[in-house]
Design a protein around this ligand. Sequence first.
Ligand code: NAD
Length: 296
Amino acid sequence: MEIRKVGIVGCGLMGSGIAQVCATAGYPTIVREVSQSLLEKGLAAIDRSLSKLVENEALTAEQRTSALGHLQQTLRLEDLSGCDIVIEAIVENLERKKELLAELDGVLKAAAIFASNTSSLSITEMMTATRRGPQFIGLHFFNPAPLMQLVEVIKTVVSDPEVVRAGFEFARTLGKTPILTTDRAGFIVNRLLVPYLLDAVRTFEEGVGSIEDIDQGMKLGCNHPMGPFTLLDFVGIETTYYIAEILFNEYREKRFAPPPLLKRMVMAGLYGRKAGKGFYDYTDPKNPRPNRLLER
Ligand code: NAD
C-alpha cells in the first residue's frame, strides 16, 4: 500500500493548503478544480504561501522550487487515475461530494485510497457513494494546512486497518501528527471545541462577562492563544452555527445546540472577521473593538 502519487480534488482554502503540504513533502501531486480560473487562484495561493515560508526562513528557495515542480493541475477527473491516494476537499455539501466520489470510483485504480477532508459530514455516508468501503477514510487537516500540525485520521466501521495505517503513515510523511478517531460528528477536536465556543456565547448572553473579559479570561487564565470570541470570528459565525447544527442533530444534547444569539448573528450577516463584523468590529483590522450592539 505504498503511496507515491497524490490527487487532490478541490483547490480552495483547504485543497490548496493540502496540495502544498503534499508537494513540499516530495509527492507528485495533481490537483483538480472545476474551472481554469479556480485552479489558477488556488495555485497562486500556494505560490504566495510558499514564498512567505521562504521569507520567514521556514523553507529554502530550493524547497519552494522543488514543491512547485511536484504540482500538476487538471480539470479532468480521469487525470487522477494514477494516484495512490485521492483527498477530497470540495465544498461541504453531501450531495456534491457523493456525486464526485461515485465518479472517482470509476476512475481510480483498484488499490487507491479514498480520503475526505470533511469537517462535519459522515465519512460512512460518503463512503456509500463508492463500492470501496474498506478503502475509505477521513483525513481531516486543519486550517491553514501548511502550518497546523494535526491531522485527524477517521476510520469507519468497515475501514480496512491497513488503509487506516497507511493514512496514518502518510500524514507522518507530510510532517504532521496524526491522531486516530472514529466516524462520529465533530470527530475529536470539533466535538470538544464547538460546545466550548457555544458555552462562551451562553456565558456572554447570561451576562456573566463581556466579550473582552471572557476572551481575556480564557487567554490569561488558561493560556489559550486566543479567547473564544476571537476564535469564533476567525472560524466564522455561520460555519460554527452550521457545525453545531450537525453535532446537535447527531447527539441531541443541549451542549451542542446553537444559542439564539449565534443564529441571529448568522441571519444578520455578522459572520466574523471575513464580514468585517462579528463579536468584534474590524473597521480598523489592527485594532478590533467588541461589538457593543450585541450587549443586551
Ligand atoms: P472552499 O470553498 O474554499 O473550496 C472548495 C473548492 O472545491 C472550491 O474551489 C470549488 O470550486 C471546488 N469544487 C467544488 N466541486 C468540485 C469538484 N467536483 N471537483 C473539483 N473541485 C470542486 O472550501 P474549503 O474551506 O477549502 O473546504 C473544503 C473542505 O474542507 C470541506 O469539506 C470543509 O468541511 C473541509 N475543511 C474546511 C476547513 C476550513 O477551516 N475551511 C478546515 C478543515 C476541513
